[in-house]
Structure formats: C-alpha cells, structure tokens
Design a protein around this ligand. Structure first.
Ligand code: NAD
Length: 515
C-alpha cells in the first residue's frame, strides 16, 4: 500500500531553489571543484549538479577560519559573540519553513520532524546566547599567602564539524552555536547527501555575521564526502574535530586526529534498547516504542532497535505493537504529505542493509511479525520506502548486536531484572536507553551506576527525541563525546590554571625551600 502520490523531481528542485534563494544561498558552487550533486530520497533522483570541495578549497576554508579566529574572534568578548548567535536564532525563526523544506527534500523527513529539527537549532541558539555570559571558571583558595589561584577558559581555534545525513542541520547547530560563543571559528563538512541544507545554513550565518559586524571568515562550508573530511581531519590548524556519524567513520577519524595529538569529539552509532517491565503502562510502551522505532524511518542515532520485554507481557506487547505497525502501513509515502508518518530511506544502500539484516535475523531464529517489505517502487524506482519491521528474536543474536540504520525493531524476552540489564548492556554501542516501569526501585536501579551503561538513560519515555538542555552523547563504541547542553561547552574550550602572586614574597608550594 502506498497512499500518497509522489511529487516530481523538477517540482522538488524548484521548491529547493526557492528555499535556498529565501535564505540567501541562490548560487550553487561551481568554482572548478570536484563534481558533486544534490539528490532527493523522495524520488531517488538528482536535483542539481554542483561543485564539491577539494584539498585546496578545504585548505583555504581553514585559512579563512584560522585568520578570523586570530585577528578578531578570540578577543571579542563572549557576550558580544553571543549577539551573533542571537541574530542567527532570529534568522532561523524567520526561515524555519525554508530550512524544514530543504531537510525534507534532502533527508526525506516528514514535515513535523523537519520543522522540529529546525526548532532544535533555534533552541540551541537561545541556550548558547545565555551561555555567552556564563563561561564560568573557578577560583580556588591558594595554599600560599598573597596568591590567587583560578582557572580561565579560552577558545581553542578552528573547530572542524563533520556531520551525518540524518540530522543535517541540528547537529551543525549544536556544535556551531556553542563553538562560536566559546570564541572558536568553524569549518563544516556536511554529509555529501545533504549539501543544500548546509549551503542554506551557511548563508544565514553569513547574514548574521554581516548584521552584527562579526568577521566573515568565521564560518566556512566544504562540501564533499570522506576525502574532503580527511583533509579537515588532517589539518593541524583544526584544533577540535567534532565528528558525527557511524562507528566506522569514528574508527577512521579518531586515530588520525590522535596521531597529530589533536582533540576529537565523537558522536557515533547507537543500538538503543528499551526494557519493558511487567508493571509498565503498556499504552506508554506502545506509543513510545512506535515513535522511537519507526519515526524518521528508523534513521535516528537514538532510534529504538531492541525491545527487551518481560516474558509475562511479551505476547501482549508484541500483539499491540503489530497492530500499531499495521496502521503505520497506511501512512508511508511522500514526507511532504501531512498524513505521512514514514518517509523514505536515504538510499539504496540503507534498503540493502535492512534486507540483509532481516535475512540474517531469520537465519538466526527470528520471525518477522510484520513489515520489512519495500513499497512504492512503481511510483519511484530510485526511491526506497519500506514498511517498518517488527521481529521476534529468540535472544540477542549477532545481528541484534549491530546497528542497522533502518526501521527494524527486535523483540526479546527476559525473566529477571538483572537479566534485562545484562541484555541491555550486552552490545558494543552505548547511546540511548529506556526503561518502562511503575516500580520506583527498578527505575532507580536502571539509572544507577549498575544500571544502563548509556549516555542517555530514560524512564517511561522512548529512546529518541532528546532535548537540547542536556548533554548529548554516548559511551563505548558511540565514542564518548558530549554536545549541546549542560557543560558540554567545555569540550570547545581550553582551560588555563592561573596563579597570581600579589603578596611580594615568593613562597613555594608544598613548603619547598630553594635559594
Ligand atoms: P557516515 O559515517 O557514513 O558519515 C558521517 C560523516 O562522516 C559524513 O559527513 C561523511 O562524509 C564523513 N566521513 C566518513 N568517513 C570519513 C573519514 N574517514 N574521514 C572524514 N570524514 C568521514 O554516517 P551517515 O550514514 O551519514 O549517518 C548515519 C550514522 O551516524 C549512524 O551510524 C548514526 O547512528 C550516526 N549518528 C550519530 C549521532 C550521534 O550523535 N551519536 C547523530 C546522528 C547520526
């Protein structure tokens, strides 16, 4: 079943052009770079050709950002830097619909999720503006008379931001809004599948810089794939590489940055689970799980992939989920259609990975309860729309331990709470987790040191849909980085410990005597 008609690619290209023009990014790069293109997963076809970056343009981008940092930005008072981000937030509000359109066209997100992603950008700008007056250092009592001991926080320099296709604008804004108020400048390499959203964001930030008198060079976009990313990763002037994407990308990027003793902030793949206790409110479980597992067509780093259900309620939970999944079947299609809940997968590769995983799950003893098939191939042979899959597994078999970036939810059972936590933590990734329960002691155990080993630990809500006020990121193969709220800003600054002697004498610490 495919309930919507798809827009044609020419119409989508027109819509993208209008959004780009409104944001002030009418001209696509055609400056003799590497051949590139913009594409839409809605029809699976090409929108435009445009030039991607090269080693040379990346080098130039870092030079511009480095100069803007040294000449102006690091010495600009942080609250003044905040005014730039305040202006960016205003422009994002003004162009929310334009950016959301581009997100839908390039990443295939349904309208409310695309608008939500832009809202997240606005929210993090607000947060960063407040932060620009709160980059606090501590003052500690010195053990020496007439001395002051304190710490100050300074910007790092150029921050290289590498982002994934599935949050093409929000992840940029988490990094950039915070990096800018901290006094850094930014060079951004977006996913090669989402160049247009990046050009629109860059144009808005340029306007914000012009409106507030900030240096033009403080932000650059370099388009392209892995190779362009590598140039950024290897440039010693890039003080921090903040990279979001797959574990495979992190394994490549981490050691390269470490080899030059640079700083790295890694936000990598997840394999997120929810535990459903026998006392859980099953209405919450079903609603929370369906959104977390099938929303964004299962293409969120925090998507729910594993459901660990107590054996007493497993039958009922699976049945109710299957019912909800059957309703979803009627809501797959054009992400611009208001009735659609599940848009396309990003590419043929995403679809291939899903089919492989389902084949392996069957071979490992699993049963596909519902979904998994491709739909709409007649309407758009190059696009990949799928029915979200619900799969009963006999246990946590090898395929379940991997992140497959598609809407597959594996359901397993447990008997004791200890067993549930063990299954939950028994995968290499550690991003997001959830427990549905009405038992307070169980909830406390889950969020305690002996409970979930993830960076995000929820009770009675699903695994996806984090707010910007908290620190976002995960443990183990997810890479350990934290972005966005709380004190994540510290990753974008360097700490100096200062001892100031105002006493006239020269007492040494630890009572040491010398000359
Ligand atoms: P990907 O790893 O294919 O690409 C991510 C980015 O890294 C792209 O810009 C890509 O061009 C670049 N890249 C890849 N290899 C590189 C290299 N060797 N050197 C430099 N740059 C390189 O990921 P994707 O398919 O775009 O996104 C999906 C993945 O991202 C999933 O695994 C998902 O869980 C993860 N993700 C994680 C988070 C998080 O915050 N933890 C957020 C969003 C997505």
């Amino acid at each position: 079943p495919f309930t919507t008609t798809l827009p044609d690619t020419a119409g989508l290209a027109e819509r993208a052009t209008a959004a780009l023009e409104a944001c002030g990014a009418a001209r696509l790069p055609d400056d003799g770079g590497a051949p590139g293109r913009a594409r839409t997963p809605i029809t699976g076809e090409e929108l435009f050709r445009l030039d991607f970056g090269t080693a040379k343009t990346t080098e130039q981008a870092v030079t511009a950002a480095d100069e803007a940092f040294r000449r102006v930005w690091r010495d600009t008072p942080a609250p003044v830097r905040g005014q730039l981000v305040r202006r960016l937030g205003e422009l994002l509000r003004e162009h929310k619909q334009d950016l959301a359109d581009l997100v839908t066209i390039e990443a295939g997100k349904i309208r409310s999720e695309a608008a939500g992603e832009v809202q997240e950008m606005i929210d993090v700008c607000d947060f960063a503006v407040g932060l620009s007056r709160q980059l606090y250092g501590r003052t500690m009592p010195s053990e020496r008379p007439g001395h002051r001991l304190m710490e100050t926080w300074h910007p790092l320099g150029v921050v290289g931001v590498i982002t994934a296709f599935n949050f093409p604008v929000a992840v940029w804004s988490w990094n950039t809004a915070i990096a800018l108020v901290c006094g850094n400048t930014v060079v951004w390499k977006p996913s090669d599948t989402t160049p247009l959203t990046a050009l629109a964001c860059d144009a808005l930030l340029r306007r914000a810089a012009a409106d507030t008198g900030a240096p033009e060079g403080l932000h650059r976009v370099v388009l392209g794939g892995r190779e362009v990313g590598e140039h950024l990763v290897d440039d010693p002037r890039v003080a921090l590489v903040s990279a979001t994407g797959s574990v495979a990308m992190g394994r490549a990027v981490g050691p390269r940055v470490s080899a030059r003793l640079g700083r790295c902030l890694l936000e990598l793949g997840g394999n997120n689970a929810a535990v459903v206790a026998p006392s859980a409110d099953l209405d919450l479980v079903v609603r929370g799980s369906v959104f977390a597992a099938a929303g964004t067509a299962g293409q969120r780093c925090t998507s729910l992939r594993r459901l660990i259900v107590h054996e007493d309620v497993a039958e009922e939970v699976t049945e109710r989920l299957a019912g909800a999944y059957r309703q979803l079947r009627e809501r797959i299609g054009d992400p611009f259609d208001d009735g659609t809940l599940v848009g396309p997968l990003i590419s043929e590769r995403g679809h291939g990975a899903m089919q492989d995983a389902l084949d392996r799950a069957r071979a490992e003893g699993g049963t596909v309860v519902t979904g998994g098939g491709r739909v709409g191939e007649d309407a758009a042979p190059g696009a990949y729309y799928v029915e979200p899959a619900l799969v009963r597994m006999p246990g946590q078999t090898p395929v379940v331990e991997e992140e497959t970036f598609a809407p597959i939810l594996y359901v397993m059972t447990y008997r004791t709470f200890e067993e549930a936590v063990e299954l939950h933590n028994g995968v290499p990734q550690g991003l997001s987790s959830a427990l549905f329960t009405r038992d307070q002691a169980e909830a406390e155990r889950f969020v305690s040191a002996a409970g979930s080993d993830c960076g995000i630990v929820n009770v009675n809500i699903g695994t996806s849909g984090a707010e910007i006020g908290g620190a976002f990121g995960g443990e183990k193969e997810t890479g350990g980085g934290r972005e966005s709220g709380s004190d994540s800003w510290k990753a974008y600054m360097r700490r100096a410990t200062n001892t100031v002697n105002y006493g006239g004498g020269l007492p040494l610490a630890q009572g040491v005597e010398f000359l």
